[in-house]
Design a protein around this ligand. Structure first.
Ligand code: ZN
Ligand code: ZN
Length: 200
């Protein structure tokens, strides 16, 4: 058993090669894994770990660990977002056709803030919309919904001119644009432009 050979085996394993048992013994499978690694990395392929192969293993390991750290922190961010958006399902803002187009995060957080501030369940009647869905819903061709930068929402049974004006003020105070639809009793919120309009 040799600690260095064991490190080589563990590293190869992490990198997706099959060095056999991680036993610190320099057997055939370890040599074969070293050979594959050398071939994949443009190194002289002799199955022996010299300085160049050692350095390439170190580099590949660092890249792999770095990538998994980044993935971990992304996953952690996403979990935080799920927790922060406590009154909404993760897919509630996405395009309804299932294409995967999603609302931008600042608007999701804004929806939660709005819901918290008013204390009523907020129904998202339209979130992100891919072109076919946008057309289906009668959206304008340059709709902000197309890029996931707008959503429509209402408080069921609570909508009137006063509430809608308060919702609009709330949005503008947080740097979002809003269009009120007094007849349909919903508000459209968008990233840009940041103005407040009443649709008539
Ligand atoms: Zn879609
Ligand atoms: Zn809209």
């Amino acid at each position: 058993m040799n600690d260095y050979v064991k490190w080589v085996q563990e590293t190869l394993k992490v990198l997706g090669y099959d060095p056999g048992q991680l036993d610190g013994r320099d057997g055939e499978r370890t040599a074969a894994a070293v050979l594959s690694f050398q071939q994949d990395n443009g190194l002289a392929a002799d199955g022996l770990v010299g300085e160049a192969t050692n350095n390439a293993l170190l580099l590949a390991l660092n890249e792999r660990i770095g990538a998994s750290l980044i993935n971990d922190s992304l996953a952690a961010r996403q979990n935080q977002d799920v927790l922060a958006l406590k009154n909404f399902r993760p897919d509630e803002f996405a395009c309804r056709c299932g294409c995967g187009l999603d609302l931008v995060m600042p608007l999701k957080h804004f929806a939660q803030e709005l819901r918290d501030a008013f204390g009523w369940p907020l129904t998202i009647s339209s979130g992100a919309r891919c072109p076919p869905v946008n057309q289906d819903d009668g959206g304008v061709p340059d709709s902000c919904h197309l890029s996931g930068e707008a959503f429509d929402g209402y408080f069921a049974g609570q909508m009137n001119a006063e509430v809608m004006a308060a919702m609009a003020d709330f949005a503008v105070a947080r740097g979002f644009g809003v269009i009120r639809y007094p007849r349909e009793l919903f508000c459209h919120f968008q990233i840009y432009p940041r103005n407040s309009i009443v649709y008539s």
